[in-house]
Design a protein around this ligand. Structure first.
Ligand code: APR
Length: 174
């Protein structure tokens, strides 16, 4: 299986690249974005300041600096404005595009491994199970047609997300 589920802090991964769930400024924030920027410090912020931001669904590559990961791919997921509002078709397409854009960079750079956090499932409030469905579907389709990345890792930071992926894989991919 070219997809693995892990539990822990994405900033600790020794890998080709980790993905950052950023905002459009690329200048840091909370959640996984805050953890990455806190660990790297001002070097990352100065580097990102020259990238002219990032649109929803877009992805941009930077060095990993002092992280164990060689590179960071920053992508902006889909913000679900109000709690308990169902994501629109466009919201789902934008989240799919975030994963797709990161995978395209990993493929172009011939990364063996890419580690994703749970994009949009935190501050951006995307429903967890629907986001798991979208991310797994996007990744499985991409891996069917592309040699690289050889492996995709989901880094979960809470049990709820881990269980969501496990259930989705059991229901639709085993
Ligand atoms: N390692 C792995 N996962 C983490 C870490 C970490 N160190 N810290 C948080 N997470 C998890 C959260 O628990 C959540 O499941 O990452 C997932 C994504 O949550 P957010 O980081 O809030 O990302 P997102 O929902 O996409 O919102 C992005 O939040 O932090 C700001 O600047 C960011 O504006 C942007 C928005």
């Amino acid at each position: 299986m070219r997809i693995e589920l892990h539990f822990g802090d994405i900033t600790e991964f020794n890998t080709d690249c980790i993905v950052n769930a950023a905002n459009s400024s690329l200048l840091g924030g909370g959640g996984v974005d805050g953890a990455i920027h806190k660990k790297v410090g001002k070097l990352l912020k100065e580097y990102c300041a020259k990238l002219n931001g990032c649109l929803t669904g877009e992805a941009k590559l930077t060095l990993g600096f002092n992280l164990k990961a060689n590179f960071i791919i920053h992508t902006v997921g889909t913000r679900i404005s109000f709690n308990n509002v169902e994501p629109t078709f466009e919201d789902c397409e934008n989240l799919k595009q975030s994963y797709q854009s990161c995978l395209e960079i990993a493929s172009k750079e011939k990364f063996n491994e890419i580690v994703f956090p749970n994009i949009s499932k935190g501050v951006y409030g995307f429903p967890i199970d629907l986001a798991s469905k979208i991310s797994l579907r996007t990744i499985f389709k991409f891996l069917e047609k592309n040699e690289y990345p050889k492996k995709v890792i989901f880094c979960c930071f809470n049990i709820e997300n881990l269980e969501s992926y496990i259930n989705e894989i059991k229901e639709n991919y085993e």
